[in-house]
Design a protein around this ligand. Structure first.
Ligand code: DSN
Length: 414
């Protein structure tokens, strides 16, 4: 960072501080991971200055030869990784990818059936706070309160009465596998398009440690920075018959130029995702999440859906006299970084949320295993049980720092 230190010491210092924070804390945010250095090199490359519009071979600016090659490489690798018929690697984010899918085949005012936010769904699935909720008529399905699992019969019944033009499966806080076959049957029964948003679980699917939605869905979207372990940005996979519509919906429909450095980073992660090392990390991510859920349950904490099939564990913190926001705050002061999360029980309630969402991708990429999950479960429990005791918080902070030293993310960089 020699140039940055010279041009802008203030930003250089903040980057250094952020690196120290990452090395010295435990990242349990389910929507994050630690990207390999090669991804960071691709993101910081000269491709960041290239302006592209259009697609490889059909651009609107000169000098796109290498950008064309890198986009073709990303597409080719992604298609083979997921067995998809068509791939678009230009979306800026998961929400941008979802927008493009909607506007590829839907008209404003069409009906969309998706999972409710408080049961695990995502803002971009038609929530009123998102433009998607303003453009479409949206109804939501949810989970059964007792089991925390999707109520497929309710989805089928709602589809019959509501007759949506699109059914969406996929979530940002749902720790269980989704029955894509069943959901696609429901979509077909009402001639609806079927979209799966696998933003959170893309890396687990890529490594083949959980089932893939690709054979069942018309469209699949995901982001590259969660379990996928890459840089930023979104991706759309679709059936060949929608290829042209999707490409037009991304550019010029929803976006202008797409960052080529991000496309280059996508190409890199699609290559790395085929390696045994990547598969091992994804398998460990699953094992760690299951172990952590069990360890927390043994301490008497309520785990939503009674466990997990993915990288996520959803915990009700209210029996410890906390709400999700306070738990997030006090855990961060002990070096444990995660986010407060709405739980199915919070539906319709205003104010504080009842849960925290834990993800094991970052810990697993760092090399941690079940032994470390035991320690982390213990710290989570100790902090929540003693959230007013600064001595306990500082003790745990020291233990967290020791563990972080044993599992460096990037090590010392300048
Ligand atoms: N969708 C948001 C989340 O799950 O936290 C950010 O990726």
């Amino acid at each position: 960072m020699l140039h940055l230190k010279n041009d802008d010491p203030a930003v250089a210092k903040l980057i250094h501080k952020e690196q120290t924070r990452i090395e010295g804390t435990l990242d349990l945010i389910a929507a994050e991971n630690h990207a390999p250095c090669s991804i960071r090199e691709a993101l910081g490359s000269v491709f960041t200055t290239k302006t592209i519009e259009g697609y490889p071979g059909k651009r609107y600016h000169a000098g796109c030869g290498h950008a064309d090659e890198v986009e073709r490489l990303a597409i080719l690798r992604c298609r083979s990784l997921f067995g998809a018929e068509h791939v678009n690697v230009q979306p800026h984010s998961g929400t941008s990818a979802n927008l493009a899918v909607y506007f590829s085949v839907l008209n404003v005012g069409d009906r969309v059936l998706s999972m409710t936010l408080s049961h695990g769904g995502h803002l971009s699935h038609g929530h009123q706070a998102s433009i998607t909720g303003k453009c479409f008529e949206v109804k939501n399905y949810g989970v059964k309160k007792e089991s925390g699992r999707i109520d497929y019969q309710a989805v089928a019944d709602m589809a019959q009465t509501f007759r949506p033009a699109m059914l969406i499966a996929g979530a940002s806080s749902y720790p269980r596998l989704i029955d894509y076959e069943k959901m696609s049957e429901i979509a077909r029964s009402v001639s609806a398009y079927f979209l799966v948003d696998m933003a959170h679980i893309g890396g687990l699917v890529a490594a083949n440690v959980i089932p893939s939605p690709v054979p069942h869905a018309d469209f699949v979207t995901f982001t590259c920075y969660k379990t996928m372990m890459g840089g930023r940005g979104g991706v759309i996979l679709c059936r060949q018959k929608f290829a042209e519509k999707i490409d037009k919906a991304v550019f010029p429909g929803c976006q202008g130029t797409s960052p080529v450095n991000t496309i280059a980073a996508k190409a890199v992660i699609f290559k790395l995702a085929g390696t045994p090392a990547y598969k091992q990390v994804q398998a460990r991510t699953l094992e760690n999440a299951a172990h952590l859920a069990e360890a927390l349950q043994k301490k008497g904490l309520r785990i939503i859906s009674n466990g997990t099939d993915t990288h996520q564990v959803l915990v009700d913190v209210t029996p410890r006299g906390l709400d999700g926001g306070r738990a997030e705050q006090v855990l961060e002061s002990a070096g444990i970084v995660l986010n407060q999360n709405v739980l199915p029980d919070d539906e319709g309630r205003k104010g504080a949320v009842s849960g925290i969402r834990i993800g094991t991708a970052g810990l697993s990429t760092r090399g941690m295993g079940t032994k470390e999950m035991e320690l982390i479960a213990d710290w989570l429990d100790r902090i929540m049980a003693n959230h007013l005791d600064d001595g306990v918080i500082q003790d745990v902070r020291r233990e967290v720092a020791d563990l972080c030293c044993q599992f460096p993310v990037y090590g010392t960089e300048e």
